[in-house]
Each structure stands twice: as C-alpha cells, then as structure tokens.
Design a protein around this ligand. Structure first.
Ligand code: XMP
Length: 514
C-alpha cells in the first residue's frame, strides 16, 4: 500500500499488538515486524516512524535481541518503549542496569521538561510500568524529560535526531494519557497526516485482491463467523462470481447456524457469489471419535476442513486461491506473528496441514483486530446483525466440548447455548458482553430431579469482557439472569443436571475451553 505507515519492531513483549492498534487509532496505518527483519527491508518501506516495543530480555546480556545502530541514523523518528527505550540507550552509548527497585503497575510519572511527546499531557500523569532493568545513564545527546519515584529516566529525548525513549507502556489503557502520548508521536513528531481510515483499508484491500487474483478462481472458506463473513463479502465485492464460498457444516455449529448462514450467503441471500454447503457432520464425528486431546482435536478439525475444501475445489476445477478470515490475534496466538509464544494452534492458521493444494492463501484481515474487522464489515455494508454476531471459533463446538466429541454432546451444548444466548439478549446484554457461550464440561455428577436420582453432565457458562480478545475479564451478569439460564437449561436440556459460571480471566485462562 502506498500510504503513510509506522512500523513497529517487535522485541517479544506482551503488548506489542496493542501498539499497532493504538497507532491505527490515530488513523495511521501500522504493521509489526520482528527485530530480525533486515534494516534494508525497513528502509525500503520508507516508514514515517518506527516504534521499538517492550520485551522480556535484558539488553546488556549476551544474545539479547538487538538492532543495528544504523536504525537510529536514518533520520526517521524512533520511539523506544520499555525494552525498546533501554535498547536505544544501550546501543547509543547510555547505560542500562538491573533496577534497585522493580517497578510494576500504575505509577505516578512526573514530566520535568517540555517535550513534543508530552504536549497537552499533565505534569503528573499515571503510567503503567513493568520493568526490572532501568536506564541509569542516558546516551550522549539525550535529555531526561520525565521521571518517577523509582525511575530517574521515565522518558528521554534527543529531539534533534528525533529519538524518543519511554520506560512505561503508553499502549496499555492503564496509562491514562498513553493514547495522547502516542498521538503526539505519530501525528506530531512523525508528522503523519492521519488519512488512514477503515474505508481506505477496505478499498485498498479490494484493489489488492483484484490485482492478485486477476482472472483466477477463488474459494472462500466460510464458517459463518464474523471474520470469514467479512472476508467473503470483501472478496465478493472485489471479484464477484469468480468467488465460490464453501460452507462446511461440520456438525459443530451453534444451533440452527447452518441454515442462518445459508439464508445470508445462499441463493436467496444478498450477495452475488457461488455458494456451496457441504453437510459433513458424520465425516467429522467419525474422525473425532475417541479423541480427547485439545490440540489433536483442533488439528483434526482444521485438516478435515481443508480436505473438504480441496475436494470442493477439484469439483469446481482450476481453483487458484483459498481465502481465510484469519485475524491478527489468531496469527499471534499461533506463534506466527512474531516473537510471542504459541498458545493454541488456531484453526485458521496453525491448524492447516503442511501440504495445501492451492497456489496461494489470501487472508485479507490478517492485520486487524476483531473490532477493526467489525468496522470493516460495516464499511462493506454487511448487516449489523451479522457484523455484531458473537465470535465463533473455526473448530466450533469441538473446543467447547471437553473430551471426546459425540453427536449427543453436540446436541446438549447447542441447546444449552441457544437458551443462554436467548436469555442474554432478553436481558439486553448481548451488545455489552464481549463474548459469551455455553460449553460442556466432561464432568457428570449426581443430582436429584422429581425425586429421582440423576447422573448427568455439567454445563459451564462463559461470558467475558474484552477489547482485543488477547486479555479478558469474566463479565458480571446479574444473578437473576444466571438463575433463569440455569433453571431453563436444567429443565429443557436433557442430560444436564448442573450449571457452572466460569469466573476465570484471560490470562490465566483462555476464552475458549480448549
Ligand atoms: P482464546 O480461547 O484463544 O480465544 O482466548 C480468543 C478468541 O479467539 C477465538 N478462537 C478462535 N477463532 N479459530 C478461530 O477462528 C480458532 O481456532 C479459535 N480458537 C479461539 C475465541 O472464540 C475468542 O474469540
């Protein structure tokens, strides 16, 4: 894309994706690259600014991630955050040492000197600190602009060389004026005009797709979730009837979902595309029989999916491209987004078999967060009902049924989940809670119903509030609503005699159960 952009260089910190997102919130396009990316590649992109992220290492140790000094001599403004700030000092001749006092959490930072980074920021401001090391001596040419009680260099600048270092994390919402500080950097110091909008993203993506695809045929893996629906509509707008959407009903969908997807994308729906629905329930249940290990289940579902697509592709003939609705958190958590650890093999990425029978995979949403995908969906004119639909993972109920997947368990969790969703909507909470669903624990316990002993399953209800799906807190649902859900599930869903509410946040939990 020929547009102004800021590059984030990733040193393995946990908030790196948030940095990119905050930059995009300043209406400037942003991409993340590993610290292993060659300087020539960075130069070729001609970014307006470069941000160095935090990271878990000590920059003075052997083999710690580093970057060539040349980066600071390009004349492009560089902002170092936490590890990035320390590295900047270390590389340019300052000193970084183990801090006498580890700073962690909300910390009062005092701005001592006027700096373009702190324009309109209060002289005492609350910031999020998380560091063991500290800058004990700034590099030559740098002036200290802020400090905290335990950190003599909370921020420093070499204004002439356009180099800025911040020990705290402006990208985290706990830093009260963090967004303003990043805005000052991106729009003020880097001089970005801020012309990037979601509609530019959508228009650019459509043009890029057209250029890449030419006259080729494209197959879109449609799951019915928000991400693949947005990807499908984007493709439909870009290439119309060169697109075939294949919707695999793997028997792990929410109740009635298969028919709902068909209503929107099928022959009577709103889009001009070819739609194929494959009813592959038995095939998936067969492959999953006896399998209990979560990663194995994910891989089986991912592999089977792609095999079904390949078969459909063969029927269509000469399909060149496969489209997937992969979004940024999928990429990061599958360990493909940079330096972070693998949490789960996401169905859209890590779950793919090594050998895939397509020329290329197109993932138009790969750089976006969920809420950005929704904005793109609205830009594309997709109905709100679909855009604000609950996120649903590719492996579907397969990862919401702990242990072996059977048709009977699928029926139980579908019915329980439908009741839960209905009651959440009735209580007017469906737009306020980030994600909510029912899962089936593998636990059976003794109960009593109508004077009879029961020995049935326990359903777990999950509801989380999250902005970016990378971290989440369990949502506070009024007790009366939970009680209604509980009694309806126990009365209406055969095979359940107990209902739990999951209080776990992410981390340490994840949003899904497996
Ligand atoms: P976790 O469980 O990783 O979920 O905290 C974060 C978000 O990602 C969704 N999720 C998936 N989405 N394929 C997907 O398309 C997957 O394999 C997958 N696993 C989790 C989950 O629903 C939540 O929104």
């Amino acid at each position: 894309m020929n547009q102004e952009k800021v590059i984030v260089i990733d040193f393995g910190g946990q908030y790196n994706q948030l940095v990119a997102r905050r930059v995009r919130e300043c209406n400037v396009y942003c991409e993340i690259y590993s610290y292993k990316t060659d300087i020539e590649q960075i130069k070729a992109m001609n970014p307006q600014g470069i941000i160095l992220t935090g990271g878990p290492n000590s920059c003075y140790e052997d083999n710690a991630p580093t970057y060539t000094k040349e980066l600071f001599e390009l004349g492009i403004p560089v902002l170092g955050l936490c590890y990035g700030a320390q590295l900047m000092m270390h590389v340019l001749g300052g000193k970084v040492e183990k801090a006498p006092v580890r700073e962690y959490g909300k910390t009062r930072v005092f701005v001592d000197k006027a700096s373009p980074l702190f324009t309109d920021v209060a002289s005492t401001t609350i910031c999020w600190m998380s560091h063991f090391d500290y800058i004990s001596k700034t590099a030559p040419g740098f002036a200290i602009v802020a400090h905290s009680a335990d950190c003599p260099v909370a921020a420093a600048e070499n204004r002439e060389k356009k180099l800025f270092a911040i020990q705290f994390h402006p990208e985290v919402l706990h830093t009260q004026e963090g967004t303003k500080i990043l805005y000052n950097y991106v729009r003020g110091i880097c001089g970005c005009a801020g012309s990037w909008r979601m509609d530019s993203f959508v228009q650019n993506a459509i043009q890029e797709i057209r250029a890449k695809v030419g006259n080729g045929k494209v197959l879109c893996a449609l799951s019915g979730g928000v991400d693949s629906s947005v990807a499908a509509v984007m493709l439909a707008k870009a290439i119309g009837d060169q697109l075939t959407c294949v919707f695999v009903d793997h028997g792990l969908l929410r109740k009635n979902e298969g028919d709902e997807v068909e209503e929107v994308f099928g022959p009577n729906g709103s889009y001009e595309l070819h739609f194929v629905r494959v009813n592959a329930q038995e095939r998936f249940y067969g492959k999953l029989a006896g399998v209990t290990e979560p990663e194995k289940k994910r891989k089986i579902i991912g592999e089977e999916f792609i095999r079904v697509f390949e078969e459909e592709a063969k029927k269509i003939g000469a399909v060149d491209f496969l489209v997937q609705g992969t979004i940024y958190p999928d990429v990061v958590e599958s360990g493909l987004g940079g330096e972070s650890a693998v949490i789960k093999s996401h169905h859209n990425v890590g779950g793919l078999p090594d050998c895939v029978d397509f020329k290329e995979i197109i993932e138009p949403l790969r750089d976006l967060f969920k809420d950005e995908v929704r904005k793109a969906g609205l830009e594309l004119g997709i109905p709100e009902k679909l855009v604000f639909r609950q996120p649903f993972p590719g492996p579907g109920l397969g990862i919401r049924i702990i242990g072996e997947v059977t048709a009977e368990k699928v029926r139980i969790v579908q019915d329980a989940d439908a009741i839960y969703r209905e009651e959440i909507a009735k209580a007017g909470l469906d737009r306020t809670i980030g994600q909510y669903f029912a899962a089936l624990t593998n636990m059976r316990s003794v109960g009593v119903m109508g004077d009879e002993r029961t020995y049935d399953y326990a359903v777990a209800l999950r509801a989380v509030n999250t902005i970016d799906f990378m971290t989440a807190e369990s949502a506070e649902i009024p007790f009366a609503v939970l009680q209604t859900v509980m009694s309806r599930i126990i009365n209406e869903v055969r095979g359940v005699n107990r209902v739990f509410y999951d209080l776990t946040s992410k981390p340490p939990g994840t949003i899904e159960f497996e």
